[in-house]
Design a protein around this ligand. Sequence first.
Ligand code: HEC
Length: 489
Amino acid sequence: MADIHLKNTIDKACFVTLGPRPMNRNRVSEPTRPSIRRSASLGLAGLLALSACGDSADPETGATDGEASGETDAETNGARQVSYYEHVRPLLSEHCVSCHSDGSIAPFRLDTYQEVAALGPAIAAVIEARTMPPFGVRADGSCRDWADPRWLGDDDIATIAQWVEEGTMEGDPTIEAPLVPQLPTLEGDGIERVALPNYTPHASPEAGFELDDYQCFLVEFDGDEDRYLTGFDVEAGNDKLVHHVLGFRVDPAFLGNGETLEKLDALEAGPGWDCYGAAGEGVLPQGVPVTWAPGQGAVHYPDGVGVRFSPGDVMVVQMHYNLLDSQGMDQTSINLQWADEVEREGFQILWDPFLFSSIGGGGGETLEAGAASVQYAWNASFESMLSLDGLAFDSIDILGLIPHMHSRGRSMDINIDRGDTMACAADVDRYDYNWQRTYFYEDPITVGMGDRLDVVCDFDTTGIDAPVAAGFGTQDEMCLVGIFFAPSE
Ligand code: HEC
C-alpha cells in the first residue's frame, strides 16, 4: 500500500515538470552523490538508497556518520583530564551561550557549572547528533561548504563526550571566563529601522497551538524608485518570545495578492493576521529576503548583491512566538539596509509543485497518513522556475537555499540535476520547522537554464488519520525550496 501510494505521489510530482531523464549519470568534480532514480520501483529500494545516501562517508576520516570519529579523538584526548572551566566552558561560550543565557530564547542557561553539569548527558547527546547549535544542513563537507556553519568540530564533540563520561569534573574556577562572541551587526549607510506593531502573542489551542503563535504584519514603504535590500537585522522586542522572523517580499499586483492581503487584515481586530505556512492563507510571495532566528545576528547578502523592491512592493513579516518560557507583549524591529543601485540584482524563487497542486481549486496532491516515512519528490528545470517570474538568464549563481516544510517534515534531499550527473546542493538531514533560515554557500553553484533542481522531501505522518494535504495551514504540508540567486557575471 505504502509503496503504491508513494509511487503515485512521486510519479505525479515528477510529471508536473519532468522531462525524460537519462539513466546513467557520471560523477562530476563538484560534490556529487549517486543519482536516485524515481521510477515505479521506488519503494523499499528507493528508501534504502536514500538512507544509504544520508550515511555518506566522511571525506577526511572515511568513517561513516553513524560511527562517531570520537573513538580516535578520545584516544588523543585520553591523556588529559577534561574539566568544565578549562575545556568545556570555552566551547559552550562560543557555540551555545548566545541563546542559552538569561533572558534569551532557549529554555535554560548553559553558562554556569551547576546547570551545565546537571544537563551533561543531554548536552553531549545534542552536540553529538549535531542538532544543537541549530544548523539544519549537513555541514561536514560531504555536501557543499556553507557560510558560517555552526557545527562543532569532531574534536570538540569528543571533548564534551569525554567530560560527561568522566563525571563532569569542575576544575579551576579562577580560570578567566571566555568571551561570548559578538553577533554580526549591520554597518554602513542606508539602514532603515522598521518597528512592527505592539502585539501580545497568545496560544490558540483550537488551532493546535498550545505554545506558539504565528502572526503576520504588513510593512509598506514610501518612495517611488526601485531600491535594493542588501542586508538585514532583527531586534527582538522580547528575546524570550521571538523564535523566528521571516520577511516576505509581496507584489500586491501579482495574482490577486493585494485583495488577499486586505481580506486577511480584515479578519482580526488587532494588528496583523494569523499565518503559518508563509505570508498567510493564499498570499503568493515573491521571495523571503529576511530569514532570522535568535543567535544569528545581522545578515549581509554576498558582496554587491541586492534584492529589488519596486514602488508598491510590501513586506509581510511573519513572527513566530514561542510561549514555553514567557508571556507578554512584544514589539520587534527589523533593520533593513538599502542601496539605490547594486552590482548584481539578487532574485528569489519559491518553488513547490506540491503546494502548487493545491492552488486554484480541484483536489491537490496528498501525503499518505500514518507512515513514518512518506516522500514527495519534484524535479524542475531552472528555465521553467524562472519563467514564472518572467526571468531568463544564460546562467545563474545560486547563492543560498531556504528549505521549507512544516511540522511533519523530517529531511530534504536537494540536488542539481545536470542531465548526466547529480550534484548535491543541500543535505537537510535534520530539518526542524522552528529554525527557518537561508543557508548561504561559501562558493555559489553555477547552473544553466537546462539544469534542474531535484528535491525529495521526507515526512513523518505517524499519528494522523487522514491524508495530509499541501497548503499554508498548520495541518498542511509543503515541500518548498527558496532559491536565492544572481545572474552569473
Ligand atoms: C541559535 C540559538 C541556540 C544555540 C546557538 C544553541 N541552542 Fe540549544 N536550544 C535553543 C532553543 C531555542 C531550544 C529549545 C528548543 C527549540 O526551540 O528548538 C534549545 C534546546 C536545547 C536542548 C534541549 C533539547 C532540544 O534539542 O530541544 C539542549 C540539550 C540544548 N539546546 C543544548 C545546546 C548546546 C549544548 C548548544 C551549543 C553547543 C546549544 N544548545 C546551542 C537555542 C539554541
